[in-house]
Write a protein that binds this ligand. Structure first.
Ligand SMILES: NC(=O)c1ccc[n+]([C@@H]2O[C@H](COP(=O)([O-])OP(=O)(O)OC[C@H]3O[C@@H](n4cnc5c(N)ncnc54)[C@H](OP(=O)(O)O)[C@@H]3O)[C@@H](O)[C@H]2O)c1
Length: 333
């Protein structure tokens, strides 16, 4: 596991709380054999004691305090030298460079290790080449947690709509901007709604990733590649954020029975993120930090999936789904 922040620690807690039923229901006993954060690493080929690992992180702020033995601090060295089947990439998202995640993912796949990434950066910037590299090395690359947190948006499209042809989809893919726009609909101005979202911990100190539409665009790219088979990256997305939305626009939309939402759209002609008027009775028109995506399929019509788009434990549950899928696929081969 590379990165032991909110998501990494939630995954460790999830494994601790679910160990009995994971074995009885799925026949797996996952062991984390190495964990790296930005300050150190912990390695134990027989499996780290997760309670002790969480304690080391909590009290000494690094997993390097797990034991006193000699250890590698470079994540790439750990990825290459430690025997493991899967690498979990949980380091911070950087949508300009994709690093450090891209280097971690490439090193893992070149070493014959499957990868589960919750980090959007590498996928948003280099999805087609990463999938190619995974195929070339005969490993799986999974990334359920990058879109919709724990809400199985990617799986819904890929599995539940299997056999049908998805012609287009559109959705609200960023919870922070949806919260801000929902508050504006309740009467707050843009600046107060942004300040409120920061105070609640939804928006970062530098909120540009969310309000300028980068985060939604990154998720749109991942979906367009995975669900629609496109070969696109961030530079192919036309992107407009919400900073130009004024209270007067929101009020005018409401008078017509609509709401303004930051909508990501993908069809044969469009790949864009922009503030858009949506009818309040449209199932996609959810409020607060919720995400929602409507898929339009050739035979089964329209379906909308709604759920929380982020959160440590929600995203950890997506990692677990990916892990079970990788195990099942290995067994089927
Ligand atoms: N939180 C969510 O709800 C959520 C939802 C979906 C996806 N994600 C994605 O999941 C990833 C992790 O999110 P998070 O909320 O857990 O972030 P976080 O709390 O900031 O944790 C990031 C972790 O990565 C470590 N790290 C930083 N640079 C590193 C490097 N060069 N090598 C190895 N480890 C490094 C940090 O180390 P230190 O602890 O030593 O600083 C920290 O443990 C991000 O890409 C994020 O976009 C998060």
């Amino acid at each position: 596991m590379v990165g032991f922040g909110v998501v990494g620690q939630s995954f460790a807690k999830l494994l601790l709380s679910r160990s009995a039923d994971l074995y009885s229901e799925h026949g797996i006993k996952p062991r984390i054999v190495a964990c790296v954060d930005n300050k150190g690493s912990a390695v134990a080929p027989a499996g780290l004691d997760l309670q002790r690992l969480l304690e080391a992180k909590k009290t000494k702020s690094t997993v390097g305090a797990y034991d006193k033995g000699k250890k590698e601090f470079d994540p790439v060295q750990v990825i290459e030298n430690v025997e493991a089947e899967v690498v979990l990439e949980c380091s911070p998202t950087d949508l300009s460079t994709g690093e450090p995640g891209t280097t971690h993912i490439i090193s893992a796949m070149r070493n014959g290790k499957h990868v589960i990434s919750v980090n959007k950066g590498p996928l948003a910037l280099a999805f087609p080449s990463l999938i190619e590299l995974a195929n070339y090395n005969g490993v799986m690359l999974r990334f359920s947690g990058t879109v919709g947190g724990g809400t199985p948006i990617l799986e819904f499209a890929k599995r539940c709509l299997k056999g049908d042809r998805i012609a287009s989809f559109r959705g609200i893919l960023n919870g922070t901007t949806n919260y801000i726009l929902s508050k504006m609909e309740e009467g707050m101005d843009y600046e107060s709604a942004l300040a409120d979202s920061k105070q609640k911990g939804y928006a970062e100190a530098n909120p540009s990733l969310d309000i300028d539409g980068f985060d939604a665009a990154a998720k749109l790219v991942i979906m367009a590649n995975w669900v629609m088979g496109m070969k696109v990256t961030m530079k192919d997305v036309k992107r407009t954020g919400i900073s130009g939305v004024r209270s007067a626009n929101v009020k005018k939309a409401a008078e017509g029975g609509n709401a303004i939402k930051l909508i990501a759209t993908c069809d044969s002609k469009r790949l864009d993120v922009a503030p858009t008027e949506v009818a309040k009775k449209d199932p996609i028109c959810v409020n607060g930090t919720l995400n929602a995506v409507t898929f339009s399929s050739e035979h089964s019509g329209q379906q909308t999936i709604i759920g929380r788009g982020a959160g440590g434990m929600e995203t950890a549950s997506a990692i677990l789904r990916d892990l079970i899928e990788i195990r099942d696929t290995i067994f089927e081969r």
